[in-house]
Design a protein around this ligand. Structure first.
Ligand code: PGA
Length: 255
């Protein structure tokens, strides 16, 4: 089974939620519930919570991620945080190109490519988000769009760096809406994304890349979504803020 060739990654995207104190408390709740996880467990927290998250995850197998990084290492970029800065404090993951950043903060395919490159150069693992809006789905351009977003993001990424790339398929219409893609819809697009990776790097390399589904994944629908052959993990928003729900999704990767 190809799924055995790649790690499942369940990542919580906490978005703009939780203070450092609340971060420590939530991780202390999550840690015992995910102790024997069959997958990689990641919490992607706001910048100010990174230190608290790193402290609270000490001695556990939970990894800490950020939700963005700038593409320059340092300089006159007021309000930004660089990839080497994240790496220097012990952060291992970073989410790049989340649809909220694309929609509200002027993120483009080109800046996603630049941030991905910078994050890889700093030694981070990158969760690259791609996905279509409802309008684009109805236009029938989901496949082309996700292929293009993936190809641009991965421009300049070498095949020996793919072990530090996770692709998150996040249909924009399913994020924070309570509306989930059906397991078949998720599988179809994750399969297309893998075909794109195969086009770029060959089938064997593509089979080694972990692809997540994101968009209202929760404790109730995770089992079905994660049972699909091309859906390896999840990028979880709302449900990642509830320890029990998040742990249930982690359990659903047991295969
Ligand atoms: P959601 O968010 O699970 O709350 O829909 C997913 C995401 O934005 O990564």
């Amino acid at each position: 089974m190809n799924k055995a060739l790649r790690p499942a990654v369940i990542a919580g995207n906490w978005k703009m939620n939780k203070t450092p104190e609340e971060t420590g408390a939530l991780i202390k709740e999550i840690a015992p519930l995910t102790e024997n996880a069959a997958c990689e467990v990641v919490v992607c927290v706001p910048f100010v919570d990174l230190h608290a998250a790193l402290t609270a995850t000490g001695g556990t197998s939970i990894k800490v991620g950020a939700q963005n990084c700038h593409f320059e290492a340092s300089g006159a970029f007021t309000g930004e945080i660089s990839a080497p800065m994240l790496k220097s404090i012990g952060v291992e993951y970073v989410i790049i190109g989340h649809s909220e950043r694309r929609a509200y903060f002027g993120e483009t395919d080109i800046t996603v490519q630049k941030r991905t490159r910078a994050a890889l150069d700093a030694g981070l693992t990158v969760i690259v988000c791609v996905g279509e809006t409802l309008e684009q789905r109805e236009q029938g351009i989901t496949r082309e769009l996700c292929a293009l977003q993936s190809k641009i993001a991965l421009q300049g990424v070498k095949s020996d760096e793919l072990g530090r790339i996770v692709i998150a398929y996040e249909p924009v219409w399913a994020i924070g809406t309570g509306r989930t893609a059906t397991a078949d819809q998720a599988e179809e697009v994750c399969g297309w994304i893998r075909d794109t990776l195969a086009e770029l790097y060959g089938r064997e390399s593509a089979d080694g890349v972990s692809i997540q589904y994101g968009g209202s994944m929760n404790a109730a629908n995770a089992y079905e979504l994660l049972s699909k052959p091309n859906v390896d993990g999840g990028l979880i928003g709302g449900a990642s803020l509830k320890a029990k729900d998040f742990a249930e999704i982690v359990k659903a990767t047991n295969r």
